[in-house]
Design a protein around this ligand. Structure first.
Ligand SMILES: Nc1ncnc2c1ncn2[C@@H]1O[C@H](COP(=O)(O)OP(=O)(O)O)[C@@H](O)[C@H]1O
Ligand SMILES: [Mg+2]
Length: 317
């Protein structure tokens, strides 16, 4: 049985202010399963629908169509069971400012009917570098510290499935390391992890499988290693001081003066450099690097590698 099963999930938000505004289709027929013990990454640009999907999973919002099961429990019709199996770290920081860190975690334990939970609460505080803040009031904490409490809060009931929605957005390096060490340990001990992030190097390092979401649709879904194989092996990167001729620009990824070409071998790299010289341009700061998840991601988002949804899933088989 999958840890999480997304089944044809769609979500349409009503038009924002005036009735002539089009309704927003945030999720469009999203289907995939996450298996127990997986460390799964859900990637996509801002507005792709990641938080909408997680809100429905967490029971905070209702799907317009489709359903989601957590270890077989429907998040709508069997909410209490589904919720107990889930630990959700939301994207937004929301807290009651009047309680201390320990009180916040005790109250959260109470929601799940857990009475004496201090041994686990202490372990959470220790593992997340919060031990010396146990008695501090929530309103006294910095944003990074609040984020840690949010993670601890999601874990008080030892959920089988841990869901993190952009947990490291705007967070310092130290917390990222603390957090990933701890989450990786829980994953090794058997917890399933679903992570959304736009830090692609994080996803590449942590996630064994990745789905990419674009405008509410799954446009790629594969093992991380397969996604990386789907990219060219290398990237030729350099700076130019004037515009590339259109036949070259069409093959390149251009960010201001920086030009990047996907290249499989030395011959291709040479050909690009020759073409640049023939176009009368001077390439500066030339470097060759290994393609990474960001290259795959940009290719997918630009519709370069993947013409149809799921095309990369085929590659994985
Ligand atoms: N409560 C809401 N009401 C109306 N539109 C929303 C609401 N929440 C999200 N949206 C819209 O749905 C789309 C997906 O948003 P979201 O799920 O937050 O994406 P992501 O988390 O990937 O950035 C966006 O176009 C966003 O503006
Ligand atoms: Mg979001």
């Amino acid at each position: 049985m999958p840890a999480i099963s997304f089944q044809s999930v769609s979500k349409t938000y009503p038009s924002a202010r005036i009735q002539t505004d089009p309704a927003v289709r945030a999720l469009d027929d999203v289907s995939f399963d996450i298996q127990p013990g997986e460390f799964f990454g859900l990637l996509g640009p801002n507005g792709a629908g990641k938080t909408s999907l997680i809100s429905i999973l967490a029971g905070l919002s209702r799907a317009s169509a489709g359903r989601i099961l957590v270890h077989g429990s429907d998040v709508l019709s069997d909410y209490a069971n589904a919720r107990r199996k889930l630990g959700v770290v939301p994207q937004e920081l929301v807290f009651d400012p009047f309680f201390s860190v320990r009180e916040t975690l005790r109250i959260q334990s109470g929601y799940f009917g857990i009475k004496r939970n201090d041994a686990w609460i202490d372990e959470l505080l220790d593992s997340l570098g919060l031990a010396d803040k146990a008695n501090a009031n929530m309103r006294q904490l910095s944003g990074g510290m609040k984020r840690r409490v949010l993670v601890a809060q999601a874990l008080v009931h030892k959920p089988q499935v841990i869901v993190l929605d952009e947990p490291t957005a705007g967070v310092d390096v130290e917390l990222r390391q603390t957090l990933w060490q701890f989450i990786a340990k829980l994953n090794k001990q058997g917890s399933t992890v679903l992570l959304t992030t736009h830090y692609l190097e994080e996803a590449e390092a942590l996630c064994s499988r990745i789905a990419m979401l674009k405008r509410g649709r799954v446009v790629a879904l594969a093992q991380t290693s397969e996604l990386l194989k789907a990219a060219s092996s290398n990237v030729l990167r350099f700076k130019v001081d004037s515009e590339l001729p259109s036949h070259l620009a069409a093959q390149a990824r251009i960010t201001g003066r920086i030009v990047q070409f996907p290249a499989n071998n030395a011959h291709e790299i040479e050909q690009y450099l020759v073409a640049i010289r023939q176009a009368g341009l001077v390439a500066e700061d030339v470097e060759i690097r290994k393609a990474d998840l960001e290259d795959v991601f940009l290719d997918v988002m630009n519709g370069k590698t993947v013409e149809q949804p799921q095309a990369l899933a085929g590659v994985a088989k």
